[in-house]
Design a binder for this molecule. Structure first.
Ligand SMILES: [Zn+2]
Length: 271
C-alpha cells in the first residue's frame, strides 16, 4: 500500500479518551477500516470498501505499534473478561478467517485444500476443521504436529502434485505470489479458489486454466469480529502454540528481527 507511518493493526487496548465516557477504561479490540459513513458503499453496509476509508497501520492512519492509537467508537468491540490479552489480540486475524464463511457457503461434504501453514493458515484451519473435509498442505514438521493435535489432515506441500484437482475449494493463505497458481492446480473444474494472500511484489499467473475449468476466484480480506470473539471466548481456537515471543515496545526492532526468523509464529509487542 506504500504506507508510511506507524504500522500494526492487530491489537488489544484500553480506552483512555472517548466522547462517550462509558467507554473509558474498557478493554477493547478494534476493526481496522475507518469508513466515512456517508458514501454509497457505507450506506449499503460495505464500510470495509469505503473509498474514503483509512485503515489502521495500513492506509492514512497510524497503527498499533505504539502506546496510543485512535479509532472511531463504532469500530470497537468489548473484550470479554475471561479472555486474556494474549488471546484477544488474535481477534482481527481470526475475523479474517471467518470472512471466508461469509463469502463462500462451505458445506460438510466439500473437500477444502488449504495452502499455507503460517499464522493465518492455522487460524483458518481451526475455523474450517468441523465445517468441511479439510486438508492442509504443510511445509514444517511442527505445523504438521499441531494440525494432528487438532485432528486436521495434512499433506506435504512438496508432494502436492499428487493432489492435482482433488479439491472443490482451494484456499491460498501462503503469503507468496505462487500460492494462487498452486491453488489453481489443486482445484477441480467448477471449483472455487479463495485468495487470502496479499503480496507487495507482482506475480504472473496463467489465467487460461481458470477460464477452461470455469473456476470462481474470491478475494478475501477483513472479516467479522463478533464470531471471532465468540469463538475465542468459547475456547474453540487453540492459541497455545501461536505466540513465539513477547517484546517490550521499545525493543521493536529486535521483535521485527525475531518475527522474520524461520518457523516463528506471532511476535507480540507490549508497551
Ligand atoms: Zn464511505
Amino acid at each position: 500500500m506504500g504506507f508510511q507511518g506507524i504500522p500494526g493493526h492487530e491489537f488489544v487496548g484500553e480506552v483512555i479518551e472517548s466522547p462517550d465516557r462509558t467507554w473509558i477504561g474498557k478493554r477493547v479490540v478494534g476493526e481496522i477500516n475507518a469508513a466515512c459513513g456517508r458514501c454509497w458503499d457505507c450506506q449499503c453496509g460495505r464500510q470495509n470498501h469505503c473509498p474514503h476509508r483509512s485503515v489502521l497501520g495500513i492506509l492514512n492512519r497510524n497503527g498499533s505499534f505504539a502506546e496510543r492509537l485512535s479509532l472511531p467508537l463504532k469500530n470497537l468491540h468489548l473484550v470479554p473478561d475471561k479472555l486474556s490479552d494474549e488471546a484477544a489480540v488474535f481477534t482481527e486475524p481470526l475475523a479474517a478467517a471467518f470472512r471466508i464463511l461469509e463469502q463462500c457457503r462451505i458445506k460438510k461434504r466439500d473437500r477444502v485444500i488449504l495452502l499455507g501453514d503460517g499464522k493465518l493458515g492455522l487460524l483458518i484451519a481451526q475455523v474450517l476443521k468441523t465445517r468441511c473435509r479439510l486438508l492442509v498442505l504443510t511445509k514444517h514438521q511442527e505445523r504438521k504436529t499441531l494440525l494432528e493435535k487438532w485432528g486436521i489432515e495434512s499433506y506435504p506441500t512438496s508432494k502436492r502434485k499428487a493432489l492435482s484437482q482433488s479439491g472443490n475449494i482451494g484456499i491460498d493463505a501462503t503469503g507468496k505470489p505462487r500460492g494462487f497458481a498452486f491453488a489453481q492446480q489443486l482445484v477441480q473444474p467448477l471449483g472455487t479458489i479463495i485468495l487470502k494472500t496479499t503480496c507487495a511484489g507482482r506475480a504472473r499467473y496463467p489465467l487460461t486454466p481458470i477460464v477452461i475449468n470455469e473456476c470462481t476466484v474470491i478475494g478475501s480480506r477483513c472479516g467479522p469480529f463478533r464470531p471471532a470473539l465468540q469463538a475465542l471466548k468459547d475456547g474453540e481456537i487453540d492459541l497455545s502454540s501461536f505466540i513465539s515471543e513477547i517484546y517490550p515496545l521499545k525493543k521493536g526492532r529486535a521483535a521485527f528481527k525475531r518475527a522474520g526468523q524461520k518457523g516463528t509464529l506471532k511476535v507480540l509487542l507490549k508497551p
